[in-house]
Structure formats: structure tokens, C-alpha cells
Design a protein around this ligand. Structure first.
Ligand code: DC
Length: 239
């Protein structure tokens, strides 16, 4: 593929932005085209949240921080990514939890878990380990600001809350789940609030990130836009 030839020097691509704005779609497609690793950092916080729920370490959306940090030793997060299909599967201690971590119970509890500094420190450590050989696309909230501040390409994605809620509603309904649009919209707005105002690593656009507002863009528009950005960097690097 033309794009693979062009990227002789591998780079790190950090994609941050609000929840449900299609970061993972762009990230996965980019990784597939470039032959890069893809890591969904949100999935990592979701796995920790699922573990906390199952082990009663979070009650009424309040995590037991000390016990949860202590229990992180028992949480092994792995991904299996099929490069051909672009499908990503998340595992918790070898168990496929890809479906379960996307359910509303996890979505409702993940923000408080992701505000815990000790949880973030462990996730960031694992994320950096994954990127040590470059050739990686990672999406999340703090990838360009904290995890990889020296990433060659930083993209900050956004879209209106209503559009994001509609996308998540369609996705969950498509999977046969019974969902309520207003509940999802409320969850999207609440997660924006927590993600942007938390003390540790709030969602911020890195100064050197390029903004992609995809409210009215197709998947192809977004991918073309991102590929152009990658090309501009890799062609410069190869000179
Ligand atoms: O991208 P997502 O909606 O699956 O992320 C789930 C939660 O994890 C979201 O509330 C924000 C949090 N998160 C984070 O704090 N830092 C990241 N790098 C990725 C996700």
C-alpha cells in the first residue's frame, strides 16, 4: 500500500478528544493503513472499571481508591488486534470483555475511576511501554498532553454532544441493547464535565495539536484529512 512505503520512519500519533466523537474509528483506520499498532486507552480505564464493579470496589459511583490501586496488580489488560479487519478485542486476565466494557454500567462508572491518580499512573506506564518502538496510534484524553508529549502528530477531535449521543445510541441499538437517547446524552455531557474538570490529566488540547471537528464529516473525509497530516510529517522526516 502506498501509505506504508511512505512511512519509512515510524511516528507516534496521539488522538485525543471528547467521548463518542469517533476517535477510535479514525485511529483504527489510520493504524490499519499505516501498519501501526492501535491502542484504545479508554478501553484500559474501562477494564479497570469493570474489574472494580465486579469486585465491589466501587459503590454508588464512588471507588475505594486505596483498595482499587492495590488491586491493580491483579488486572492484566491485553489487546488482540486483527490488522486485516481492523477489529480490536480487549481482554481482562485473558477473558474477552470487549462487549462488557462498552455497556452503560461501565460507562457510568468509568469517569470516577479514571480520575484516580494512582490508576492513571499505572495506565500511563503501560501506554508508554506500548509506544516505545513508535509506529503506534493511541486514542484517549491525555495522550498528546501526558502520555506522549513528544508525539509527532497530535489530533484533537470533537463534535457536538447531540451528534455524539446519537452515534453512541445507534451503535448500542445496532448491538441489540435497549437504550434511551436522553440517558446517553446525559452521560455524554456528564463525562465531558468530569473529563475536562478533573485534577489529574484533564482533557485538554495540546498546544501543538491539530483540531478535527467531525460533526459534519464522513469517515472518509476524516481519514483523508488525517492521512494528509501524516504524509506532511513523514515526508518531512524522510528528507
Ligand atoms: O474513550 P472512552 O469513552 O472509551 O473512555 C472511557 C473513559 O476513560 C472516559 O470517561 C475518559 C477516560 N479516559 C481517560 O481519562 N484517559 C484516557 N486516556 C482515555 C480515557
Amino acid at each position: 500500500m502506498q501509505t506504508k512505503k511512505m512511512t519509512t520512519k515510524k511516528i507516534i500519533i496521539a488522538i485525543d478528544g471528547h467521548s463518542s466523537c469517533g476517535k477510535s474509528t479514525v485511529a483504527k483506520e489510520l493504524a490499519k493503513m499505516l501498519g501501526y499498532i492501535y491502542i484504545d486507552s479508554g478501553a484500559m480505564y474501562r477494564v479497570v472499571t469493570l474489574f472494580a464493579i465486579r469486585n465491589r470496589l466501587i459503590i454508588n459511583k464512588i471507588p475505594d481508591e486505596k483498595k482499587l490501586i492495590e488491586a491493580l496488580k491483579q488486572v492484566k489488560i491485553t489487546f488482540l488486534w486483527d490488522e486485516k479487519t481492523g477489529k480490536n478485542t480487549t481482554y481482562l486476565n485473558g477473558e474477552n470483555v470487549e462487549e462488557e466494557i462498552r455497556q452503560i454500567t461501565v460507562s457510568e462508572n468509568v469517569s470516577p475511576v479514571s480520575t484516580i491518580a494512582g490508576v492513571r499512573a499505572e495506565m500511563v506506564k503501560q501506554q508508554r511501554e506500548n509506544g516505545k518502538n513508535k509506529g503506534i496510534v493511541m486514542d484517549g484524553r491525555d495522550i498528546g498532553t501526558v502520555v506522549f508529549p513528544d508525539a509527532e502528530l497530535k489530533i484533537f477531535m470533537t463534535a457536538s454532544p447531540e451528534i455524539r449521543a446519537k452515534r453512541r445510541f445507534d451503535e448500542l441499538q445496532g448491538k441489540g441493547q435497549q437504550v434511551d437517547f436522553d440517558e446517553i446524552l446525559k452521560n455524554v455531557i456528564e463525562r465531558d464535565r468530569i473529563d475536562s474538570t478533573r485534577e489529574t490529566s484533564p482533557l485538554l488540547k495540546a498546544d501543538d495539536a491539530v483540531v478535527l471537528d467531525n460533526s459534519n464529516l464522513t469517515r472518509k473525509d476524516q481519514l483523508d484529512w488525517a492521512i494528509k497530516k501524516v504524509k506532511a510529517i513523514t515526508e518531512k522526516n524522510d528528507c
